[in-house]
Structures are given as C-alpha cells and as structure tokens.
Design a protein. Structure first.
Length: 330
C-alpha cells in the first residue's frame, strides 16, 4: 500500500483538485492522509467530507505547526510500505503512482522519481523539469545527481519512497526549505533510484506564494539548510563541494539583496548568522569562481558576499534592482 501524505493549510479553493487527482489514481491501493494543520478556512470540513466519501482517506486535525510538522504527523500515522507526498495546491497525473510503483518493483529500487511541470493559475505549463530517458542510479551516483539539483531535484513530492528509508528521518520543524535538509538523507540510505522520463506532478505557481517566499527569514533558512547539507557530505563527496558551495553562495546573494530592506532585522536578530555566511563566502569566493555562468551583475554581487555590512547589502539591493529594470522588457 502507498501512503500519500497531504499537508493542508489555507487552500480551500485548491484542495478538491488535489485530492481528486490522488483518489482518481489508476493504482488503487492507497491510503490518503490529509493533515489539517489548523487551517483557518473550510479545509477541515473538506477533509472530513472526503473521509466520509472514500474509506481510503484518513484525516488528522492538529494545531498549526507548519509544513514540516504536518508532514511528520502524516509520516507517524502512515501504514503503507511505500510513502508519497503531494502539496495541497498541486495535483498529479492519473497514472503517476502506478508508473512509479511499477518502476520500484521492476528495478528493485528504493526511490522512484518522475518529471514535473510548473503551471500557473490558468493551468498553463511554464516549464518542465526532469530527465529525457529512464535512468537507474546506484546509491552514490543518485546522491551526486541530487546535489547538482538539475535533472534531479530536492523536492519530496515527485517521488515514491520505500517506507523503511524514513526510519529515524523527519522534516526539520520550524524551517523553510525543509526538503534540502531531508531528501539527501533518504538518497544516502537508498540502494538504488530510478528516474522516469514522464511528467507526473503539476506544481502550481501562485503569486501569493512567490511574494511570501521572498523574505529574509526564508532565505536565511535556505542558506542554513545548504550549509548543514554541505557539512554532512563534503568529505564523502569532495568532487561535489563546488556545486554545493555555488548553491550556498547563490542563496547568500539573495539574503544580501534582502538585508538592506530588512536591515533592522539584519543588524539585530540575524547579524551573527550573516557574519557566519560572510565567513563562508570569503573562503569560497576565492577558491571557486562560478563567474563564467554569471553576468556582470551577478559577478559584482558575488564579490559583496564576504562583507556583512550595510554598504554591501545596499549595493546588492541596488544591483538587483538595476538588473530587474534592464530585463523588464525582455
């Protein structure tokens, strides 16, 4: 049985499409765990209605604790030998789980992955991510590809996992970018991973979500997650240090761009953290140069990162604004 965990919060207009896409799967042996994370809208009632409608649905009502806490509650309650996740404003293709489950069995794999599409609220596909042909990867090769974050991404939702991988692993409560801190641990425990060249997951890009995600706190969480993963894997995968450090520098650049407009927070609550980020930047700006992939604006911002000072944040913000103005008509 596949346990599908769906955290639910403030998505009453999107939830029916999401849950219907899961209940309508061609693979029928499912339990669908709806975790109402203290949602203030009609989501709790919608969850209970689905439970009455379909015996495969289980509902957990809990106080609000955030996405990680909701997913963890679903994991603790799951009874299936396979685990999957769907975010409650997204939806999946009718045969997604049938295809992924068949791939797990055929290749004796612990993780199966499908392609996904970003779609806007008019249901138009913005772009698709994934592989062009089926790939079967052994443990270390899969982790290395995950760290590159190109054709294999850290998101937990376009995958199926052997439930045994989750023993001792849970999402970090209270942090954003929780997938970065979690997915690599599962890949490290897995024996084999299979990637399928078909779109199975549709990720809804909401404007409200974009605005809410670009805060200094969220971007600091992204850097924290990247640094934790870097420390855990740098010795085992020394040839991946550059790609991991480049990802962290990119995240720090976002923090620097936000620190000027949030400088009261930057100079008080987060200043010690920003100094730690600057120290990391001083080390890796010198030893790794991703400038060949950057334009002039990106290169200038890169060399501001070793300095946790208001003038550096101001310049990073200014350069970002200039970049947006120059590219607004393209």
């Amino acid at each position: 049985m596949i346990s599908v965990i769906i955290p639910v919060y403030g998505v009453e207009q999107y939830l029916p499409k999401c849950v219907d896409s899961v209940l309508g799967q061609t693979y029928r042996d499912l339990e669908v765990i709806l975790v109402d994370d203290g949602s203030p809208d009609d989501c709790p009632a919608l969850c209970d209605a689905y439970k009455k409608k379909d015996p495969r649905v289980r509902v957990i009502h809990k106080p609000n604790g955030g996405l990680s806490d909701a997913r963890n509650a679903g994991l603790d309650a799951a009874r299936g030998d396979i685990i999957g996740f769907v975010d409650s404003d997204d939806w999946i293709a009718p045969d997604m789980y049938e295809s992924l489950y068949a791939a797990l069995l055929e290749h004796d794999a612990d993780i199966a992955v499908c392609n996904f599409s970003y779609v806007n609220q008019r249901k138009n596909a913005l772009c698709t991510a994934g592989v062009m042909h089926e790939m079967i990867l052994e443990n270390g090769d899969a982790t290395k590809l995950l760290l590159e974050d190109s054709i294999l991404q850290n998101y937990v939702w376009n995958k199926l996992y052997d439930a045994r991988l989750w023993a001792g692993i849970r999402f970090p409560v209270g942090q954003k970018f929780e997938d970065i801190n979690t997915t690599y641990k599962l890949f490290e425990k897995s024996r084999r991973c299979v990637l399928l060249p078909k779109v199975g997951y549709y990720y809804l890009v909401r404007q409200s979500g974009i605005v809410q995600s670009h805060s200094i706190r969220n971007e600091i969480d992204c850097v924290r997650a990247g640094l934790e993963r870097y420390e855990a894997l740098k010795d085992k995968y020394p040839d991946c240090r550059n790609v991991m450090s480049a990802s962290i520098l990119h995240a720090i650049a976002k923090v620097w761009g936000l620190a000027w407009t949030s400088r009261e927070l930057a100079e008080s609550i987060y200043y010690k953290e920003l100094r730690r980020f600057a120290a990391f930047s001083r080390q890796y700006v010198r030893t790794y140069n991703p400038a060949q992939k950057l334009g002039i604006t990106g290169r200038l911002i890169l060399y501001l990162l070793p300095y946790a000072r208001p003038w550096a944040w101001f310049l990073a913000d200014l350069l970002h604004r200039i970049y947006l103005l120059r590219h607004s008509d393209r």
